[in-house]
Design a protein around this ligand. Structure first.
Ligand code: HEM
Length: 298
């Protein structure tokens, strides 16, 4: 039976690394993907595959599409597709490094490592702005039904779609805002995480309130702070059974329908944006049979 990659549903790890690979021109990716599947347990290592890779294998995953080019008043968001996305979860930086090296090695020569970003937990689950992140995430069975495709879609049961964006914070701009304005831009109080009922419509949690969409737009967020030198931000990650809920939220954040832009953009911008399909596991191994790649379970 197919099961999800367990890392999607587990609590966030202490540390992580995100790898993005591109497909080399005219490469034959099958062998490298088999080697990757041998290294992926779905729990400590979670993998997503991009649309161009799936079509290079002459396969189709219903619902997998490219990250849209979206723009709102004064804002244009980058779409930065990748062939393979790897989320390395762990608690030992050295172990994560060596795992990343093994994976990068296995991916040669068909894939090129384009990006590697280290992430971590901050202050027990806060974004680097100091606000608790993940409060309104579905939990338990609701988390699983939000993020993992069920048996009603037989070809892709146990799999998931993930939206990934690397946001960079402008800490100087954020710190120049009075505390009350910071709270109103999120729509929650940093001190006690209480939602501010009369926050303006631009407040992030008002823009994205999952139940306010029709249909309701639930996603399972598994974002983590990242840092390089003194730069940092949030590696935003949202799993769901389709890209629609994420896209509905993002469109609302951009003010595409009503012209009201999410106040988050006052101090943070995404530098990347990509969509991936996270295959299920079968007998402890990444199941790539939906892509026409035979499973060679031991
Ligand atoms: C710099 C980037 C971002 C930061 C710092 C951030 C931070 C936060 C914080 C602090 C909360 C309130 C606590 C919680 O419920 O988790 C929140 C809620 C939420 N965010 Fe974000 N967020 C970011 C980007 C995004 C993006 C790109 C999306 C989706 C397109 C998104 C979707 C949501 C959703 C759905 C909620 C819960 C809303 C609700 O139902 O109450 N966030 N975010």
């Amino acid at each position: 039976m197919n099961t999800p990659q367990a890392g999607i549903l587990l609590p966030l790890p202490a540390l992580a690394r995100y790898l993005s690979f591109s497909l080399e021109p005219a490469a034959l990716p099958g062998e490298c993907l088999h080697r990757l599947a041998d290294l992926v347990d779905g729990q400590q290592t979670v993998v997503g595959l991009g649309r161009a890779l799936v079509s290079a294998l002459a396969a189709e995953v219903p619902g997998l599409r490219s990250f849209p080019a979206l723009a709102g008043p004064g804002l244009e968001l980058p779409a930065t597709p990748a062939a393979v996305w790897v989320w390395l979860r762990g608690d030992d930086r050295g172990e994560i490094l060596h795992r990343a090296r093994r994976i990068a090695q296995a991916m040669m020569p068909a894939f090129r490592l384009e990006d590697s970003l280290d992430a971590f937990q901050y202050a027990g689950g806060r974004d680097l702005s100091g606000y608790e992140d993940g409060t309104e995430n579905p939990t338990g069975d609701a988390a699983a039904s939000t993020a993992i495709i069920g048996p009603e879609r037989p070809g892709v049961t146990g799999s998931s779609f993930v939206a990934v964006q690397r946001w960079t914070h402008d800490f100087a701009r954020f710190e120049a805002m009075p505390g009350a304005q910071q709270d109103l831009s999120i729509g929650r109080r940093r001190a006690d995480n209480q939602e501010i009922d009369d926050a303006p419509a631009s407040a992030h949690v008002k823009r994205t309130a999952q139940e306010s969409f029709a249909p309701a737009a639930f996603v399972l967020r598994r974002s983590m702070p990242w840092a390089e030198g003194n730069r940092g931000g949030l590696l935003f990650v949202a799993f769901a059974t389709s890209f629609d809920p994420f896209e509905a939220q993002l469109r609302r954040m951009l003010g595409i329908e009503d012209g009201i832009v999410d106040a988050l953009f006052k101090f943070s911008r995404p530098q990347s944006g990509a969509y991936f399909w996270c295959p299920p596991m079968r007998k402890g191994r990444l199941d790539l049979s939906a892509l026409g790649l035979a499973t060679t379970a031991q």
